[in-house]
Every structure is written in structure tokens, then in C-alpha cells.
Design a protein around this ligand. Sequence first.
Ligand SMILES: [Zn+2]
Length: 205
Amino acid sequence: MDWAELDAAELVALARAHEDPDGHLPVPDVVGWDIFPWEGELRPRRLRDPEPEPPRHGEDGPAGCHACQHPPEGLVWSDGGWRLTVPAGGPVPTFVLHPVEHLDLGDLDEAQAADLGVVVVRVERAIAAVPGVGRVHVSRFGDGGAHLHVFLFARPAGLLQLRGSCLTDWEDILPPLPPERWTAIARSVGQRLATWRGEAGPGPG
Ligand SMILES: [Zn+2]
């Protein structure tokens, strides 16, 4: 096996070698971090053996893609090439940026890739300009859907426990914002983007 290769079975074997007699890995330092949202006795789940990768939504093209087959939910802004949506209410305004065309990140040509960089920076600025936003987090996972979708989270200023990698866990814990606030924030972001490049969407709600 080439060293410049990722071997899931090797990682599982390493994990097994570090398990305690009960079959669990040691509890990591993250449980003591200020941002970690859980307390109490915890233990890591056991790492399963490698499994076949399940197909993602839209893996075979636009016909099986939710983003392509349904009107965008909570449209905030679109310029024809990109769409920005806020799909549902939550405790932290969360925006999703995706190309109008059925493309994944690695499918973008050079011009689209360059444009993605410009658009992400513009959207970050538009969200960061909302009073009370302390930081804008940007994430792309891609494990569920084949149609590129980039998440942008508006982390409230002063909520230091929501910093970093645990923000999405806190999203599952905290109650949703009032719909009026969610809608007003989304509209203000859409309006900032509309003055830069094209039309704002109708906004959610
Ligand atoms: Zn699609």
C-alpha cells in the first residue's frame, strides 16, 4: 500500500488498539473545553468497521436532486448563478449558498470556482454587517447531497460558548429565534447582496 493513500481499515485498527478493555476509546480533552455543550458521564461511540458509501441525494444528476426539483426554500438572494437560502428557523441564523446549476465543489470550472470565492466573501460581509453578529462560520461537508451547498452561520457576539466547532451542536440544543427576527435578518442580508449583485429574493416567511 502506498503511504500517500487513506486506509479506513488502518484507522479502525489503530482505534481498536487504543480501546480500553470495555471497547471504548479514552474520553478526549474536548469534553472539558468551554465550548463543549454537554456535561455528565460520556464515552465515545465505538468506531464501526468501514462500510459501503451510501448514494447521496442527487448523485445521479438533477432528476434525483432535491435542490434541482423543488423551488428554493427561504430564498434570500440569487444572481442567476448562485442562490442563498435560509431553509428553516433555528437559534443561529444559518444560510446555505449553492449554485443554481447541479454541480458539486469539484465540478466547478475555473471561472465558477473563482466566482464562488468572490460570492462567499460577499455573503460573509453581508452577514457580518448584521448588528450583533460576532463571527461568520463557513462550512462545506457534502456527505448528504451531491449539489454543492456551503453553510454560513451567524455566531452571536458575546456567546463565547458558541465559538468554533461546537456551534452546530448548540444549534440542536437552543430554542429557535422568534420568526420575526429570523425573517428580518434574512431580508437585511438579501438586501445588502442585492445592492451588490442582482436581485434579492422574497425572503423567508
Ligand atoms: Zn441539484
